[in-house]
Design a protein around this ligand. Structure first.
Ligand SMILES: Nc1ncnc2c1ncn2[C@@H]1O[C@H](COP(=O)(O)OP(=O)(O)OP(=O)(O)O)[C@@H](O)[C@H]1O
Ligand SMILES: [Mg+2]
Length: 761
């Protein structure tokens, strides 16, 4: 009669161990205070110390599989090994592959067939089989560990998306799967799973069974998630614009570095066309084109988020890229600064313009970084692509001498670029105090009108305003009379910490110097501090990175469709869910929208707003770090939702600013007025009856700001920068404006004058 292996084992082991037989089945628990080492060899090889806790996972005619719990190691003994009491060899299932394979070779005999089973069959066998016999405590523990690891597996959760098990539902599904398993598992499967242990192997084994289980148990969840996913489908964005697809478009990519005539050439075609649209990255640039084109006798209207200037009989429009219509037909469209498709926040506007414009000819102007992705897009859209490559009119020369850390070394025609408002004002004040130069100032928070005024003041020859102090706001496309760009520093605050300014941005800013047609056709660039020079040179020499993804953002209709799948959720949560679940093709990314979510959160307080109004309000141009501006936006939304005329309820100061606080207040007030104008252009105009008043206020504030900047000789503050700078000063010991410097200091000083006169193409 075949002996029960357990009994045999017990007997064999009895000669070596003192074993307490706990389970009535062939599963054991040995507690090690009763464990005696069978031989010195075993004792040495395992290094057991008393007391040990042993769990026997498996004992059959093929051998003994057990785990030393307090070592958390698994071992396997073959019957021969077990039987040979004097030479007991115990193999460890662990890091040692040799031992592992020896173990699994033995395992093969008993339960390896489980791994070869078709998961569908295995699942059905489990499902239709009897309720499983009770598992031992230790076995339960280990199985639990395996399932726990499965439920937390990123791989499994990711794979589950393919059968429409969402990432948020996956842990629940995995838990129910575990319960099912515990109820229905059979001995071989337990043994096999235990032999795999928690981790990759068991996950790979369990997953197909999980799929079968899920398909049968969660049809509703799967259906729901499937329709949610299909409503958050952002794949194939080229199919969103069937009218553009119906046109055989000719795309001309004007590809080259700054100051190479890209925009100029595109605008030539724009002006020749019967009907044209120019899409600008900035209001200021749209205004510049609007002026230039009209001055050439081509009637051109202006359309930005804030202003509509219709020129009678005009068939041309200069607009900001966000405002471009994909419904109108044009002969020629120009999309300037096309590399902005990859912008993390605003990229979607360029992508939409490229995919959706209904134009016979589309001129793209930009650096080469998105050329290969534009090629791919044109393949998908079926458009013809023509590439025109450009070189800089004049080389940009790096002055290796730098300003030697002394701002007094500025010269007429210099533009000093700094990356914070505080540094801009500090520089302006220092220059005006220590030299005979006067400064114009351009930075992002200034209204475009004021920036334009400052730019004109600087561009005009024969006045004392011959230095420009600016932020990276001068970086894009503008044509200024700059002889030399001087980088005050080359690092900036990214909202979290100081980081080096990206090379592409450095190139773009430096490219403002020596524009063709300006009074200084030879461009120079340098840094204030010598140690920053190498980084400047490095940036200018660096080839353009190839962009691999461009931005997308859903239309309202897509968000609405998605919202239909989910009940009782705030708008900000809805956006979050959308971003978690949306599907995108390989070379698209979903644009960041944290600022939109912040506004959405604030607007939660406003009841009675339709989803569409909410969506559109969230795009209003507001500085989310400016509490005053946020307060006014909330007020506008409340009035709008309550169906009462939206009032401005804000006064304009009588005179120009006398200190930085007042200057900040003017900036902030202009932003509120600008927001009002934007809303009036995006919602029913009759609900915003004070547009005229707002336009007047915007002009007055812009003028006051201009006057204030000319007078400004006070120490700058800033809404958030002040605190940040204080924190930074505390942390790092403020000596002078940060630069990249500290780390690379010594190395660079050695090389400084070597690169004198270095010419960068
Ligand atoms: N063929 C030309 N004749 C006269 N002026 C030109 C010509 N091409 C370009 N320019 C002038 O050269 C300057 C730079 O040209 P443009 O603005 O087109 O450069 P860009 O390559 O678009 O630069 P960025 O990348 O900085 O936008 C402009 O003032 C433009 O008017
Ligand atoms: Mg340009």
């Amino acid at each position: 009669m075949a002996r029960n292996p357990a009994t045999r084992l017990l007997r064999i082991y009895s000669s070596q161990f003192k074993v307490r037989f706990i389970s009535s089945s062939n599963r054991f628990a040995l507690s090690c205070h009763e464990f005696h080492h069978p031989s010195t060899q075993m004792h040495q090889s395992l290094g057991f110390t008393h007391p040990e806790r042993i769990q026997l996972n498996k004992c059959s005619s093929s051998g003994l599989d057990f785990r030393v719990l307090n070592l958390n190691k698994r071992f396997y003994c073959t019957p021969r090994e077990i039987g040979n009491s004097s030479d007991s060899i115990v193999s460890e299932h662990g890091d040692d592959n040799k031992i592992k394979s020896q173990a699994s070779a033995s395992t093969t005999e008993s339960f390896a067939h489980v791994s070869a089973l078709d998961p569908v069959k295995l699942y059905r066998r489990l499902r239709d089989g009897p309720i499983s016999e009770k598992l031992g405590l230790e076995e339960c523990e280990e199985l639990s560990e395996i399932f726990h690891s499965f439920a937390r597996s990123g791989w499994a959760s990711n794979q589950a998306l393919a059968i429409y098990i969402s990432a948020s539902f996956f842990p629940t599904a995995a838990h129910q799967f575990r319960n099912f398993f515990f109820k229905k598992i059979n001995r071989d499967t337990v043994d096999y799973l235990l032999s795999l242990g928690p981790g990759t192997q068991s996950e790979r084994f369990l997953f197909p069974i999980f799929v079968e289980f899920s398909l049968e148990h969660f049809p509703d969840e799967i259906k729901k998630f499937r329709s949610m996913i299909s409503s958050a489908d952002l794949t194939k964005p080229e199919t969103w614009f069937p009218f553009a697809r119906a046109i055989k478009r000719k795309i001309i990519y004007h590809c080259g570095p700054t100051n190479s005539g890209k925009t100029y050439n595109a605008l030539q075609r724009f002006m020749e066309a019967k009907k044209g649209i120019y899409c600008s990255p900035l209001r200021l640039l749209a205004m510049e084109v609007f002026d230039k084109v009209n001055s050439r006798g081509v009637y051109c209207s202006l359309l930005t988020g804030q202003e509509k200037k219709y020129v009678p009989f005009g068939n041309h429009t200069a607009c900001t890229v966000e405002m471009v219509s994909t419904e109108e037909l044009y002969e020629v469209a120009v999309i300037d600064e096309i590399q902005m498709m990859s912008d993390l926040y605003r990229g979607y506007a360029w992508t939409r313009a490229l995919l959706g414009l209904q134009a016979d000819e589309i001129h793209l102007c930009g650096d080469p970084s998105v050329l290969s992705i534009v090629r791919k897009i044109c393949k998908e859209t079926g458009d013809e692509l023509i590439e025109n490559h450009y070189e800089r009119f004049k080389p940009l020369v790096v002055e290796a001498k730098t300003l030697l850390g002394d701002i007094k070394n500025v010269r007429s025609g210099d533009c000093v670029v700094a990356f914070s408002r505080r540094e801009i004002f500090e520089t302006k004040i220092a220059i005006e105090k220590h030299t005979n130069h006067k400064c114009c100032v351009i930075y992002g928070a200034l209204p475009p009108e004021t920036r334009r005024h400052q730019a004109n003041l600087f561009n005009e020859q024969g006045n004392e305003y011959d230095i420009l102090v600016a932020s990276d706001a001068v970086g894009m496309g503008l044509n200024l009379n700059i002889r030399r760009i001087v980088f005050y520093n080359l690092s900036k605050y990214n909202g979290d910490k100081m980081v080096p300014v990206p090379a592409s941005q450095v190139k773009q800013i430096a490219g403002r110097a020596g524009r063709r047609g300006s009074v200084y056709p030879d461009g120079l660039t340098t840094t204030l501090h010598l140690p920053d020079l190498d980084y400047l040179i490095e940036c200018l020499q660096k080839p353009f990175d190839e962009i691999t993804k461009v931005g997308l953002f859903p239309f309202f209709e897509q968000v609405e469709l998605f919202a239909g799948q989910i009940a009782d959720i705030t708008f900000s949560q809805l956006l979050q869910k959308f971003s978690e679940n949306c599907r995108l093709d390989g070379y698209y990314f979903l644009c960041k929208h944290d600022h939109i979510k912040k506004v959405a959160n604030m607007l939660e307080k406003v009841g009675g707003m339709s989803l569409e109004d909410r969506f559109n309000f969230c795009f209003a141009p507001v500085n989310i770090r400016d509490p005053k501006a946020m307060y006014h936006l909330l007020r506008f939304a409340q009035s709008y939702a309550n169906d009462v005329p939206v009032s401005l309820a804000m006064g304009v100061p009588r005179g120009s600013a006398r200190n930085d606080g007042e200057l900040l207040d003017l900036e902030s007030k202009h932003q509120v007025v600008s927001m009002y104008l934007w809303l009036s252009n995006h919602f029913k105009e009759e609900r915003f009856p004070y547009v005229k008043k707002a336009e007047g206020m915007a002009a007055d504030i812009a003028e006051l700001l201009g006057e204030s900047l000319i007078k400004a000789d006070w120490k700058p503050e800033s809404r958030s920068q002040g605190k940040r700078d204080r924190d930074r000063d505390r942390e790092e010991g403020y000596q002078r404006p940060r630069s990249l410097v500290k780390e690379q200091d010594k190395k660079r000083q050695e090389r400084d004058l070597e690169s004198l006169g270095k010419v960068i193409a």
